[in-house]
Design a protein around this ligand. Structure first.
Ligand code: GRF
Length: 199
């Protein structure tokens, strides 16, 4: 069984969609650990309720990013794919290189538009009519790795960050488990900037 580590920082609704897809038999993988960088977050409760091993590696307790990441690595063990699901820390190039082709993220915009930590705010400020979400492999940049899957949603005139985020999240919860299942099936081939989905 393909082993996933899911890294989160907060609410964990993307994590929940992965848990639910596994339970429904739509995703043939197991989550070997849920790891957060903050204590007392909902992602930990969700993992606990699903009987999944969970651990907090509290960033505040580490003087440097290197020490923080060393502790994360110690906890991850032997996983096949590291899934970032609302993990609000930038991982070092050294960390990313250890997991080349085995580290995925979901971002709440249609990349390469609106990277960074405030995608919905930036989308609304810019005035685009379509937004969405992007699952991508992580490279050493920010939100810049090869794109696996995207879904689009309409941006409405009266949208707030909350209403837009809710519409985008619905799509996140559909495409993230699907993208992970493609990885599980060995169907994702990275070719430079392109991710080819094999039959
Ligand atoms: C999602 O919008 C995801 O795209 C972004 O962070 C948010 C996480 O939400 N990376 P949740 O914690 O999974 O509910």
């Amino acid at each position: 069984m393909v082993k996933l580590a899911v890294l989160c920082s907060g609410r964990g609704s993307d994590l929940q969609s992965i848990i639910d897809a596994i339970k429904a038999g739509e995703l043939q993988a197991e989550i070997s650990i849920v790891l957060t960088d903050k204590p007392n977050v909902q992602a930990l409760t969700r993992a606990e309720s699903a009987d999944i091993k969970n651990v907090c590696v509290d960033r505040k307790l580490f003087a440097t990013r290197a020490e923080f990441e060393a502790e994360i690595l110690k906890n991850l063990g032997d996983v096949d794919l590291v899934v970032l699901a609302g993990f609000m820390r930038i991982l070092s190039p050294e960390f990313v290189r250890k997991f080349t082709g085995r580290l995925m993220n979901i971002h709440p915009s249609l990349l390469p538009s609106f990277p960074g930590a405030h995608a919905h705010r930036d989308v609304l400020a810019y005035g685009v009519k379509v937004s969405g979400c992007t699952v991508h492999f992580v490279d050493e940049g920010t939100d810049s790795g090869p794109i696996i899957m995207q879904a689009a949603v309409e941006v409405k005139d009266d949208d707030t960050e909350e209403t837009l985020s809710a519409r985008v999240l619905e799509q996140e919860h559909i495409i993230y488990p699907r993208a992970i299942q493609l990885f599980v099936e060995g169907r994702l081939k990275i070719d430079g900037r392109h991710v080819v989905i094999r039959d």
